[in-house]
Structures are given as C-alpha cells and as structure tokens.
Design a binder for this molecule. Structure first.
Ligand code: UDP
Ligand code: BGC
Ligand code: MN
Length: 322
C-alpha cells in the first residue's frame, strides 16, 4: 500500500516536472507569444503623444484649451455604481450621441465606432457608462453604432470599415474601434489618438489584467483616420469569431507601422460576461495568407448597403446589410 502511494506520488511529480520543462522550452522558443511585460508609455509621456486635431465645426471655438494633464495624472477610478446606473446630466449630450465641452476648447475629436448585433443589454450598459466616462475626459466625441442587419455570420471588421467611411465623411480625424461589451475602468485612458495606433484594453479582467500576447490588437483600439485609410482598413473576409484583429495587426506590421499602449494602470477594462460566439473555422487559414490580400481586400473592395440611419439621443445608429 505504502509503495503504491509512493509510486503514485512519484508519477505525479514526474508529470509536473515534464510539463514545466515543456512550458519553459515553448516560452524560450516563442517569447513573443507571451507578454507579461510589454512596452508601454508612462503617465508623463502620454500627453505629448496625443495628436491634437478637431473637426471644423468645433475648431472655431475661442476658449482656453482644455487641460488633460490632471485627468491623466489623477487617473481616477470611475467604474462605480453612480457611473453605471444612469446617464448623468443627459441634457449636455447632443442628438446622435455627440458631445464637446462648452467651458474649454477640446483638443481632440474622436469617432467611437461600435460593431453590433443583438446585444441589447450590453448596449444599454455601454451607453450609460461611456457617456458618463467620456464627458469627464473633456474630449469631443460621437458614438456610431454600426448594426449588421442581415442574418449572415457576424463580420466585425467589415462593420469597422463601414464606420470608418461614415466617420471620415463627418471629418473625424481619429477612430476608436470599440467592442460593445468592454468598459474602461480608469479615466487616464484618454479617448484620443496617439501618433502610433494604440491598443487600449491591454489589461483586461477576463485575461486577469495581463496581455495574453504582444500582437493582440482587438477589443478597443485607437487609430488615426488617415492611417486606417493608408493600410486599406481591415479585411472584409473574416466571418464569425476570431482572427480579424490579428490580420489588422499584420497589416500595420506590413506597412511598418508600430503600435503603442499605455501602462497597465491606465488600461484596465472589464468585459460584460457573455456566451462565446461560434468560431470561424477558416480564420487560421485566412490569417496565414492574409498578407497576399492587404492591397486588394479592405476599404477599396468594401461593398454594403446602408438600410437606415437613425439619430438617437445617445448614439448614431447605422443599419447595414453586409
Ligand atoms: N458582436 C455583436 N454581436 C455578435 C457578435 C459580436 O454585437 O453577435 C460585437 C460586439 O461589439 C462584441 C464584439 O463584436 O463586443 C466582439 O465579439 P465578442 O464579444 O463575441 O468577442 P470576444 O472579444 O468576447 O471574444
Ligand atoms: C483570436 C483573436 C482574439 C484573441 C483574444 C485570438 O486567438 O484570433 O481574434 O481577439 O484570440 O481572444
Ligand atoms: Mn466580448
């Protein structure tokens, strides 16, 4: 009996040692897959990296420029009950879900583009929280909800392409591509574009506030409209879950455009929990040969039909057939 227990213990130890060795080998061979420590901008570097650019309708404002340094320095924790329960001072928001401060001139105009289908509860929570959060940042922004109105598999990247065209028509110089279920927890993650495209949700609660891999460029990203157009936007071919954000990252790399992130204390996000979507079985194949199509699949091959445009009080709703 004693011998058996010893044998079993020995066996378990053996498995543990072998597993640890295997993980060590994988880690050494593929260090870029793991990003427990990633390169990031420190608090004092953030302000000067933000690109000042506003739409012409607010560029005539002749007030003192808004101050962003205190917002970044304080990095207030905002994910509280008050911000989540209802829209505070809703009268300040213009129809279509647009806002700019009226006691100082904002330095940034940002289009927040949200791809969407059948996530009503998440949308409700998103709109309440984000309007409370974003107005505190003293930026000029407008929320665009791009809803896929057909029954085809969900095409997140294509919806971003459509949103980028509409935002560009309205002259927005900065795009934030935003999942509907992600909420920033601290105020220092300013919703403006940096010189380099920025991955914003690099400390996400479902990943235990760490970055799973350095090339992760999904969830919430900020990119200048010009840069998005320069790389031909995102692929239109990823249907269903996964891969489209990795392809987007590859596009940036192929154009030698580096990305950036803010430090983890600025980049904490929480995801509203939901059931996983069906994976796109084709995604790895599409990703592998995506580089052949960067110049031909994207904004320049985009086709869609705008079914309707509704100007709601908290967002601009674009219904499209993809
Ligand atoms: N989405 C949606 N309806 C869907 C699938 C996806 O609105 O049926 C949008 C939504 O904005 C969501 C994003 O696409 O946050 C990313 O999808 P999902 O949350 O399933 O991916 P995850 O990042 O959680 O793996
Ligand atoms: C998928 C991405 C996804 C990431 C994190 C990757 O395997 O290809 O689309 O964003 O996992 O969930
Ligand atoms: Mn999600």
């Amino acid at each position: 009996m004693i011998l058996k227990i010893n044998q079993r213990n020995y066996h378990l130890t053996d498995i543990a040692v072998r597993t640890a060795c295997a993980l060590l080998v994988i880690y050494c061979l593929l260090p870029w897959r793991f990003a427990s420590h990633y390169k990031y901008l420190h608090g004092h570097e953030i302000r000067k990296e933000l690109v000042e650019h506003v739409t012409s309708n607010i560029s005539m404002q002749r007030m003192q420029a808004c101050d962003y340094n205190d917002i970044i320095a304080n990095n207030e924790f905002t994910y509280n009950l008050e911000y989540n329960s209802r829209v505070l001072h809703g009268d300040d928001i213009l129809t279509g879900g647009e806002y700019f401060p009226n006691d100082c001139s904002s330095s940034f105009s940002t289009a927040i583009i949200v791809p969407y289908r059948k996530r009503e509860e998440q949308l409700h929570a998103f709109l309440i929280y984000m309007h409370n959060y974003l107005r505190k940042q003293r930026i000029h922004y407008r929320i665009f909800l791009i809803e896929q109105y057909d029954q085809k598999p969900f095409n997140r990247a294509k919806l971003f392409n459509i949103g980028s065209i509409i935002a560009a028509e309205m002259e927005f110089p900065c795009l934030i591509l935003h999942d509907v279920d992600l909420l920033p927890m601290n105020l220092g993650q300013i919703y403006a574009c940096t010189q380099k495209p920025r991955h914003m949700c690099s400390a996400l609660d479902i990943f235990r506030f760490t970055l799973p891999y350095r090339g992760l460029f999904g969830g919430v990203v900020a990119i200048r409209t010009q840069q998005y157009r320069f790389i031909n936007g995102m692929s239109n071919l990823f249907e269903g879950w996964g891969g489209e954000d990795d392809d987007f990252y590859n596009r940036l790399c192929s154009h030698k455009i580096d990305i950036c992130r803010f430090g983890p204390i600025y980049s904490k996000y929480t995801m509203i929990r939901h059931k996983p979507e069906e994976k796109n079985e084709n995604r790895l194949e599409l990703l592998r040969n995506g580089f052949k199509r960067f110049l031909t699949d994207g904004l320049n091959s985009l086709t869609y039909k705008e079914k309707e445009r509704r100007i709601h009080s908290l967002f601009t709703h674009i219904l499209v057939e993809t």
